[in-house]
Ligand binder design. Sequence first.
Ligand code: SF4
Length: 283
Amino acid sequence: MSYQLYDDEPYLVSFSGGRSSGYMLHNLVKENNGLPEQAHVLFANTGKEMEETLDFVAECAERWSINIVWLEHCYNDDGVVSFRIVNRDTASMNGEPFEELISRKHMLPNVVMRFCTEELKIKTMFRYMRSVGINKKDLTNVIGIRYDEPRRVAKVKARNEKEKFETIAPLVDAKITKHDVGAFWKSQSFDLKLPNNNGTTPLGNCDLCFLKGEKKISSIIRDYPTLAKWWFDQEDRIQKGSAENGGKTENASFIKRIPYRALPGANMHDLLNIEIECFGCTD
Ligand code: SF4
């Protein structure tokens, strides 16, 4: 059975707050008659998730009677990188964890330096697991990538060979595609209240994530102008700090070709439509 979990094995079930990982989580709960004690369902909030995503995570926990641990990246009083546990009421909604990370790094993440995924999500989850006595090498990482995401599947296989822990992808094993996920959520009494665009969620993960591609980001900025300010501000302050220090400004924009502030005014025909799948930030 693709969704079977074992009582004596520790699991990190990574829940992104998207429809695919929600579908996976639902089936894990259903097919195991609840979740074993050692299955830790974690949601890492960057602070730039849409409010609808936060509501969805809270609703999944409530409807399915499971514990989802909400985590945020932070630094402790000694300035050492750490995590905090939050909930729907206390979760950051103005990008605070993300902004603090950028401040410490003095640079912005981009397509080739995706330190946001690594720090805000992946390492934050492993830090939590370590805090409950489970080391990375002893756990099985359960992720919600689908069968119709071949590049991500290939990355999982490559990582399994390289890393000290195992990653499993139940939706891949069960050959679940975005159409199956869409059909499932249509049959449910609740859903993620973000648009479903032919099986993808343009506003999923961080609202204006640089991996969404220039065209999509530009469209989102036009449709939701209030979301853009935070991203503009990050570029402005890193640009300013970099210039003041006489440093290079190469890492002062999320997209090398064009700053976010210039995207809404750019001709759509001049923008690239390259979307990049993120291994750490699954749908
Ligand atoms: S969704 Fe994008 S911006 Fe947010 S953590 Fe993932 S890669 Fe970074």
